[in-house]
Write a protein that binds this ligand. Structure first.
Ligand code: FES
Length: 190
């Protein structure tokens, strides 16, 4: 059944399922709250509860001290809603927020693997950008690269589509991934 969560200063209201943390619900709704450990240990995700009741869950007493609890603060990564709640948070505008890996059903391992994969992908993009920059300094290479793209882009897009058919809950993911790949090619001068 769940409850409604209103996030100020955005003024946005989202649904939070029973057993779902504030952080998880926000990330899934595309609202990027600062966070780090994801386990109630570091305090990075501290927000103010300005209305409604929450359960602090597994928040560590070091990351969220008693006086802070009394002051209406909570850790978004552990807090569960007992009521319709309004929080006040520092909202980060992160253009890459779609790349935040969220954890389903407390599956930490999958989340960590996804994080590692994202870091790896970033590294590959840096290497590819450097390689293309160097290649384009030599006359004639642009045509060679264009030939490779003509061959590989359709195969890459087919792979994206095939993968995304297994993600029925993630709407528009294939289109977003294809658009991100096209943006990347444009940004590196191809
Ligand atoms: S992210 Fe570390 S305590 Fe919430």
């Amino acid at each position: 059944m769940g409850h409604e969560l209103t996030i100020e200063p955005l003024g946005e209201t989202i649904e939070v399922a029973d057993g779902q943390t504030i952080l998880d619900a926000c990330l899934r709704a595309g609202i990027w709250l600062p966070h780090a450990c994801g386990h109630g240990l570091c305090g990075t995700c501290k927000v103010d509860v300005v209305d409604g009741e929450i359960d602090h869950g597994a928040a560590s007493s070091f990351a969220l001290m008693d006086f802070e609890r009394a002051d209406g603060k909570c850790l978004a990564c552990t807090a569960l809603l007992l009521d319709d709640v309004t929080i006040e948070a520092e909202i980060d505008e992160d253009p890459d927020q779609r790349r935040i890996a969220v954890r389903d059903n407390g599956d930490m391992l999958l989340g960590l693997l996804t994080d590692a994969q994202l870091l790896d992908a970033e590294r590959h993009r840096r290497w590819a950008a450097a390689l293309v920059k160097m290649a384009l300094e030599t006359e004639g290479n642009r045509d060679v690269l264009a030939g490779w793209l003509a061959k590989w882009v359709p195969l890459g897009e087919a792979a994206i589509d095939a993968y995304c058919t297994h993600l029925p809950d993630a709407r528009d993911t294939a289109a977003l991934a294809r658009a991100a790949a096209a943006d990347f090619r444009t940004n590196i001068g191809l």
